[in-house]
Design a binder for this molecule. Structure first.
Ligand SMILES: [Fe+2]
Ligand SMILES: [Fe+2]
Length: 492
């Protein structure tokens, strides 16, 4: 406490003698942040400044009114859940690991076999028994990948029939792709067997087919994507989020923006609804609400302001009250009772798949929702992504779409060893929506839209230490009629 009071003095503020900082308890940190950001900067900290702080913290109450309903357009909507995972606590044995990885191999092999240039793959047992200098193709799981001082890559490949050592030399045509190969992934390889080694000169990733047509609905209707609300954190941007909720009702902003708001029929929330408790060391210093039950009640208060005509589709993230291993089921009702009671809410797991806006003559958009917890592994371990940094989630999203997997290496995220590997993208999504990095991005990869949904939390001290600058208050919005994206901003 003494250090914080000293910080007030050091920041150039004078304290009114009638104002006692020591009574503020856990509020002192957010209060200091608030006064530092005040414009104009107060010279003396007194009761008046404190009241402004309390006002700033108050969520803006927006009551549902008849008016907010009437301005919304009466449009068709449909939500069809394709895949969501429920709780299943069970003992994990070695046999589950084996089945899980065999399933990953089989699922991705099926996708790779659609590549016309990968038409004649052989099993590794056949390749190892073949003569040297034969040109061969195989579909393999990468169990090891290592770059040595010469610049060459040593690899170990396996399939259900055997193993072989692989080599990608600096002279190989596959060399530019070598640094994108990660362990535990399934790829196609083409090369020449020489002794114990397969000298690889071509690599095939599962990929998204390039000949798909972007879908278009026959009416103007929109889907919006938000995430990383972090309600309960003293960095939660309550005013900005409330402004977004106001806009969503269709009564705010210029005419063209009102028109979009009134036609939003789907709102996706891609995880980290609340800040949680005990997520990282000393998190308690940045909590405005230090009880996770209250955090869920608070986030429900905000989300209950969303017009009921908008389908609210939510998944959890790594800050939510669920298990950390993926797939993560939605937090149980005992934690998030009020969210379960929202009449327009569909509560799904992370990841999950949902189809929206299907009609008799339209198959709808398949949306793959993934919070993005594995992204940090890719950003730390894949050279090309590390160079671009946390500011570029679109690069990670494209990388995952090529690999058709949401968290390939065993260490990228904790995962449940279901007999099926549920992080494989077995079908091609029309939209891959994510969050977690708190940085907004929209990209397109072979007609799949990939996006990162910004956040509603100002920069935390942890992000400051890592040099991460978040993009709060941005909302990617998809026009289902013309398949175009737009970005709305709610932070100055
Ligand atoms: Fe987050
Ligand atoms: Fe997260």
């Amino acid at each position: 406490m003494k250090t914080l009071i000293q910080e007030f003095y050091n920041s150039g503020f004078l304290l009114d003698s009638s104002f006692n900082l020591e009574d503020m308890g856990h509020e002192i940190n957010p209060f200091l942040d608030f006064v530092k950001k005040m414009e104009p900067k107060p010279f003396v900290i007194n009761e008046e400044v404190y009241l402004k702080f309390k006002e700033f913290q108050k969520p803006v109450k927006i009551l549902k009114t008849k008016e907010s309903k009437t301005v919304r357009e009466d449009l068709h909507s449909r939500v069809n859940v394709l895949k969501s995972y429920d709780w299943s606590n069970r003992e994990i044995k070695l046999k589950h690991f084996v089945k899980h990885y065999l399933n990953r191999y089989d699922s991705l092999k099926k996708i790779l076999l659609n590549r016309p240039s990968l038409s004649m793959p052989l099993s590794l047992s056949r390749i190892t028994s073949q003569r040297s200098n034969d040109k061969v193709q195989a579909i393999v799981m990468v169990s090891e990948v290592r770059k040595v001082s010469s610049g060459n890559y040593f690899l170990e490949f396996e399939d259900p029939t055997g193993k072989i050592m692989g080599m990608i030399t600096t002279k190989s045509l596959a060399y530019p792709l070598a640094e994108s190969i990660i362990h535990d992934e399934v790829i196609g390889v083409e090369g020449t067997k020489k002794g114990r080694y397969l000298y690889v000169d071509n690599v095939f990733f599962p990929e998204i087919p390039s000949d798909r047509q972007a879908k278009r609905a026959d009416e103007e209707v929109y889907a919006a994507f938000i995430g990383d609300l972090h309600v309960g954190s003293n960095n939660f941007l309550s005013k900005e989020f409330s402004n977004f909720l106001k806009w969503l009702k269709g009564n705010e902003g210029p005419a063209n923006q009102k028109k979009v708001a009134r036609k939003i029929k789907y709102l996706f929330v891609v995880g980290d609804l609340v800040e949680g408790v005990g997520i990282y060391p000393e998190q308690d210093k940045e909590l405005l609400i230090d009880d996770v039950y209250r955090q869920y009640r608070e986030v429900s208060k905000y989300l209950s302001q969303i017009p009921e005509e908008i389908n609210l589709i939510m998944i959890p993230g790594n800050h939510d009250a669920t298990r950390l291993i993926e797939p993560q089921p939605f937090p149980r009702k005992s934690f998030a009772k009020d969210l379960y009671e929202l009449p327009n809410a569909t509560l799904l797991s992370n990841p999950s798949r949902v189809n929206i806006h299907a009609k008799n003559d339209f198959c709808g958009f398949d949306v793959l929702l993934y919070h993005g917890t594995s992204f940090t592994w890719y950003l730390d371990n894949v050279n090309s992504l590390r160079k671009r940094g946390y500011e570029h989630p679109e690069a990670v999203l494209k990388f995952l779409l090529k690999k058709r997997h949401l968290g390939t290496p065993h260490g990228a995220v904790g995962r449940d060893m279901y007999e099926q590997d549920h992080l494989v993208m077995s079908t091609v999504p029309d939209v891959l929506a994510s969050g977690h990095l708190h940085v907004s991005a929209i990209t397109r990869y072979n007609s799949t839209i990939a996006l990162s949904a910004s956040c509603w939390q100002a920069q935390t001290s942890f992000q400051q230490k890592l040099g991460i600058t978040p993009h709060p208050g941005k909302v990617p919005i998809l026009n289902l009629q013309n398949n175009k994206m737009l970005m709305m901003e709610f932070c100055r």
